[in-house]
Design a protein around this ligand. Sequence first.
Ligand code: MRU
Length: 345
Amino acid sequence: MRTIEWRDGVVTMVDQRKLPRQFEVIECRDYDAVAAAIKDMTIRGAPAIGAAAAFGLALAARASRAATRDELLRDLDTAERLLRATRPTAVNLAWALDRVMSKARALDLPASDLREQVTAEAQKIADEDVAMNRAIARHGAALINDGDTVLTHCNAGPLATVDVGTALGVIIEAHRQGKEIHVFVDETRPRLQGARLTAWELTQAGVPMTLIADNAAGYFMRAGKVQRVIVGADRVTANGDVANKIGTYKVAVVAHENGVPFYSAMPTSTIDLSLPNGDAIPIEERDAREVTHIDGVCIAPEGVRVSNPAFDVTPHKYIAALITDRGVVYPPFKDSLLRIMRAEA
Ligand code: MRU
């Protein structure tokens, strides 16, 4: 099943906070519930929250009592503001909201027809995400050799997208093609997306893997035990800098130091050519409890000062290639990104 789906006016999503102990699907019946699910990370991962935001607008359109097109657009604006404020770093969220809103604004239709069009556009975003991820998997699998050990950080699997995944989609496709590969999975503190979600997804897919503490990644790379690193992305800027889960930067620097190619995989909806470089990306700061507590148990002194940035930026000089749905692109990324973004999908 898909991570997120529209079913007869209800948005269903896998509750990612409960995995791997419990597989539970929740229902969101209004856009406030979708916004809350994005914020508390019931659903997470850049493409998945993009689709969620789009479906949030579809719920808002459906619930609106507006009799006219203008009234409906006003109700959509209100929902859009709430959804946009949930998480700032992954550009897919803003991208999906912009896409649905500009579609709605461009159509001169009665309110009832506009409602249908908003839902259709959200569904299209979800379907296109699956298609883009399949293309990423195809392009990226060619970069993995038989016998490789691949290291990944955080979760960029089916759960982080509508389906298939980005970085993990590549890995799973290489495995499906019969390549003998092994995956080192960084646990990914503080929220442990690697240990909880990536390890679960790779186990489901039957891909051989080893879970490691984040701090062990450098040890294995220096020992020559890692042939490639593949991660996802939350936003890629015009020069090829990549924002991804906190800790990615450290992995990229160590990979570079040890001559291990570092790749980032993403659909074109994650590429933001409006920002010149990674310094311009807003970095989400999350609750201190994510650092001080594990499974509800406080592991730090009471009242300790905490900083908890959820993402960091990997400068493009550490990146060997970006794997997109429109093909693999190489440095200089300023040129190659512009070329693929101008090209037809
Ligand atoms: O805070 P999260 O779990 O939403 O962060 C997710 C990541 O950083 C992923 O690596 C990224 O979104 C790529 S998802 C295909």
